[in-house]
Design a protein around this ligand. Structure first.
Ligand SMILES: [Zn+2]
Length: 339
């Protein structure tokens, strides 16, 4: 088969690679129905994260089970499945507490921008679609449950979003937009999205944002204080991962409020004194997507949410390089790839 490999900054190639095979008896091989490019793929693509030589790419996936190892019991060939970017046995202590992305046996998926994928710990990682093969129009939304929706949902959950609260979402990438949708689903009364891009503002409003703020940094914080009678927000979702966005999130939160952070931090440093006097709860990290998968797949399959709207570019898988370019140049929010 051919698959996606990053050779260096801006250098994505779709080239011959070995077909994935069952290695451990707990593995499954899936045939990709749809995959996509993640905002986090852009860090190494832009040269902001070092590479150890040519690196296979992709960690968001859904598709049909082709083959399973001899120890796999619940996942069967022919099922349509979605899995997380982090594999999990779903039985260890961390998994049982709902932190499957810290599973004792965790591996990170990194070869999903390809027609076939090996998924370790198949029984614990993959969730089959209860109704069998979904209709084609649901594929984009189901694909979001594999990472961006699960991450946005975790961001809202970790920021303690509840009915009636005021939420701020820092970051208008796909995860931030999913954070807006999730906060709406959880009953937030006011959802303030921080965005400067018209196409993203539109989707944020469509997903349930009540206010849009275009200012950043101290000015952005001042606008949020204006909108909350000087108090600050109850729940703030940090969905970027830079120093500026993290400080913006902490300073926008009321004392006693909650900040979640799901953007992979790049160069973020927190000052202990500032943190101490901010009086906020902090909770973040790689989202335990597996915890939410059954619920989120259900919401999609029942037609209650349409998170797939976040894909504004769809390309054949072999044009993956253009998919990265379009996102890098901000011509696309998120690129869906069809094998
Ligand atoms: Zn585990």
């Amino acid at each position: 088969m051919r698959g996606t490999v990053l050779y260096g900054p801006g250098d994505i190639r779709f080239e011959d690679r070995e077909d994935p095979k069952i290695i451990d008896p707990t593995d499954a091989i899936i045939r990709m129905a749809a995959t996509c490019v993640c905002g986090s793929d852009l860090w190494p693509y832009r040269g902001l994260q070092p590479l150890n030589g040519p690196t296979p790419m992709g960690h968001e996936y859904c598709g049909f089970v082709e083959e399973v190892g001899s120890a796999v019991t619940s996942i069967k060939p022919g099922q349509f499945v979605v899995g997380s970017f982090a594999t999990s046995d779903n039985t260890c202590a961390h998994c049982r507490y709902g932190y499957q992305s810290s599973c004792a046996q965790r591996e990170f998926i990194s070869r999903a921008q390809a027609p076939y994928l090996r998924v370790p710990l198949a029984d614990g990682t993959l969730v089959p679609s209860p109704g069998g093969a979904p209709s084609a129009d649901l594929l984009p939304s189901l694909l979001t449950t594999s990472d961006v929706l699960g991450t946005g949902w975790y961001a809202a959950d970790a920021a303690n979003v509840k009915p009636g609260v005021t939420v701020v979402v820092v970051g208008d990438g796909a995860v931030g937009l999913m954070g807006v949708l999730s906060a709406r689903q959880m009953g937030a009364e006011r959802i303030i999205a921080m965005s400067r891009h018209e196409s993203r503002q539109k989707i944020a409003l469509d997903f349930g944002a009540t206010d849009i703020i275009t200012e950043r940094g101290d000015e952005g914080v001042a606008r949020i204080k204006d909108l909350t009678k000087g108090v600050g927000a109850d729940s703030v979702l940090e969905c970027v991962g830079t120093q500026e966005s993290m400080m913006q999130a902490i300073h926008s939160t009321r004392p006693g409020g909650f900040v979640s952070f799901v953007g992979v931090p790049h160069g973020v440093e927190l000052n202990g004194q500032q943190l101490f006097f901010s009086h906020v709860h902090l909770h973040g990290g790689p989202a335990p997507v597996r915890r939410y998968l059954p619920h989120l797949m259900g919401l999609v399959l029942n037609g209650e949410i349409m998170p797939g709207k976040v894909f504004d570019l769809t390309l054949p898988l072999d044009q993956v390089a253009e998919g990265y370019r379009a996102m890098d140049e901000r011509r696309a929010i998120k690129t869906l790839l069809q094998p």
